[in-house]
Structure formats: C-alpha cells, structure tokens
Write a protein that binds this ligand. Structure first.
Ligand SMILES: Nc1ncnc2c1ncn2[C@@H]1O[C@H](COP(=O)(O)OP(=O)(O)OP(=O)(O)O)[C@@H](O)[C@H]1O
Ligand SMILES: [Mg+2]
Length: 288
C-alpha cells in the first residue's frame, strides 16, 4: 500500500500570491479526485507534490520518506501529466516515448522497446506510433500524455485536468484508462468536473482559494447532506432576496422559472426536500 501524506503545506509565489494555505491530506492507492474552481490551487498543489516547486511551509511524505527534502526519491516513482503538456513535437510518437524513456532511466533497449509498445497498445495509439505527435487530435495527445506518464511503472500518477477539452467519448475512454491503471498505484486527478470525480474516485478533496474545504469519500460526503438540501421554484426576480436569506448553493433557470437549491438544517417555508448529490457537496463546500 502506498501513501502520500501532505501536512500543513503552504505555498506563496514570489509575486505574493498565496496559492496554498496549510493544506493537509492523506492519499492512498486508487484514484483521488482533487476538485476546485479555476485558480483554486490545484496545479500549484500538484506541482508541489511532484517536486517542481518547494512549499513555503509544511511537509510531504511518500511512504514515510520526506520528498520535499529528497525529491529524487519520488521522481523515480512518478508519472506526471501537467495541465500544459505541450508536446507538439515533430517526431513520431514512438521516438518521443523512447526519448522520454531514456530520460526516465530505462536504459535497457529491449525492455524500453517492450514497454513503449505495450503502452502504445494500452492507450490505443499503436496504429499511430509512427505519426508525428503534433498532428494528433486533442484526445490522442492526452492519451499520449498518459502513455508518457506511465513509462517506468510509476507508483504515483498525477494528472492535471486531463479531460478538459475532450469530447464525451474521448473523456470516457480516458477515464476508463486511468481507473484501470489505478488499482496498485496512487492516481491523483485534478478537475473542475464533479462528474469525473463521482464516476471514478473513491477518495476526493475540494479546494478553494488555496484552502482545503472538504475531504473524504464521495458517498459519505453525500450522505452527510441527507435532510439538509431543499429546493423551490421561484421567479428569477426573487433570486437576490433568497440569496440574502438562505445559503443558496445552486440555481438553475428553466425557461422563465428559477429552481433554487438551498442548504439548511430545517425545511424552509415553501421548500421541499431534495436528495443530495455530489454537486451539492461541491457547491456547499465552495460556499463556505
Ligand atoms: N507561477 C505563478 N506565479 C504567481 N502566481 C501563480 C503562479 N501559478 C499560479 N499562480 C496563482 O496561484 C493561484 C492558484 O493557481 P493554480 O494554477 O494552482 O490554480 P488551479 O486550481 O490549477 O486553476 P485552473 O483550474 O485554472 O487550472 C492563482 O491565483 C494563480 O493566479
Ligand atoms: Mg490548474
């Protein structure tokens, strides 16, 4: 069993932006969903875990080794697909993987070849192995990104918003690929899509403005909202008045009618109960 322990990690950029504020988390094998809106600090946290930047405070351990002090310990066991993975390289998929495999220290030629061919098969790019990567579609580039992240059999795979820009079918294929990989390893997936987390991740965290808002198992977090989620149809002109009075966690305009969802310990006048969902967990966590 692998474990990443993040303890009170803070990160302040040189321009003064406080991107992370005392974040503490434990992440075990399987898929972990890191959910948060734009600018929440997801990429900052991932880059800190992979050792691309040093936290300004706190510690990160992988299987009891301090990886802030010993970043080389994690580098050998890590696959990273950054948010801005720009391999629009003019070399073929095979050649590029070979180059990256050498950088990862896979020095035995036969082993390198076997691994690259197996990975291309796994991400469904075998037929395109001699095509230049810059000619790939967005979905193919992302799958190529996963292949490079899986080189060298990493114990931790970190993928930063991998499904952004993928069509539903590619997104599905990509997600299936990740979850098949995640049994024996830690996969950290950052996203702003609640749906990706609901379908894939037995563990999750929600961050906002660099702070951890909630953390746990999605099903338990949903169950904790049982009996606290209420809905009502209002006229859209009434929205502000309701927002002033209640913790409105979502609103949806259907034709002229506005459907609002509020969080409250007891049923507010004129509302009816609604079964909680992971979306409610997310918007409730962001509200706080
Ligand atoms: N290199 C940097 N220097 C200064 N500030 C930065 C830097 N990188 C990110 N930030 C700031 O840190 C905060 C967190 O950014 P981060 O990229 O981690 O968010 P995110 O959750 O990944 O957002 P997104 O969903 O848009 O990718 C933002 O306010 C951002 O502007
Ligand atoms: Mg990001």
């Amino acid at each position: 069993m692998n474990k990443i322990s993040i303890d009170q990690v803070s990160l302040r950029y040189p321009n003064g932006v406080q991107a992370l504020e005392k974040v503490s988390l434990e992440i075990g094998n399987g898929m972990f969903g890191l959910l948060g809106p734009n600018g929440a600090g997801k990429s900052s946290l991932m880059k800190t875990i992979v050792g691309l930047q040093q936290p300004s405070g706190g510690s990160i351990h992988f299987n009891d080794t301090d990886i802030v002090r010993h970043p080389e310990f994690i580098k050998k066991q890590l696959g990273f697909l950054p948010q801005d993975f720009g391999v629009y390289s003019r070399v073929s998929a095979y050649r590029l993987l070979e180059h990256l495999a050498l950088l990862k220290g896979i020095s035995n030629a036969a082993e390198r070849k076997a691994q690259i061919l197996a990975l291309l098969e796994k991400v469904n790019l075998s037929a395109f192995r001699n095509k230049e990567v810059h000619t790939f579609s967005g979905g193919m580039k992302q799958r190529f990104g996963v292949a490079q992240a899986l080189l060298g059999d990493p114990k931790i795979i970190i993928v930063d918003e991998p499904t952004a820009g993928l069509d539903p079918e590619e997104r599905n294929r990509f997600n299936t690929l990740l979850s098949e990989t995640s049994e024996e390893v830690i996969v950290i997936l950052s996203t702003h899509l609640v749906e990706d987390v609901r379908n894939l991740c037995p563990q999750m965290a929600i961050i906002k403005k660099g702070r951890l808002q909630a953390w746990g198992k999605p099903a338990e977090m949903v169950a904790a909202l049982e009996g606290k989620i209420w809905t009502k149809q209002i006229h859209r002109s009434e929205r502000e008045a309701y927002q002033a009075r209640y913790q409105v966690i979502s609103h949806l305009l259907i034709e002229k009618e506005m459907h609002i969802v509020v969080y409250a310990n007891e049923c507010p006048q004129g509302f009816r109960e609604q079964r909680p969902t992971l979306e409610h967990v997310y918007f409730h966590a962001l509200y706080q």
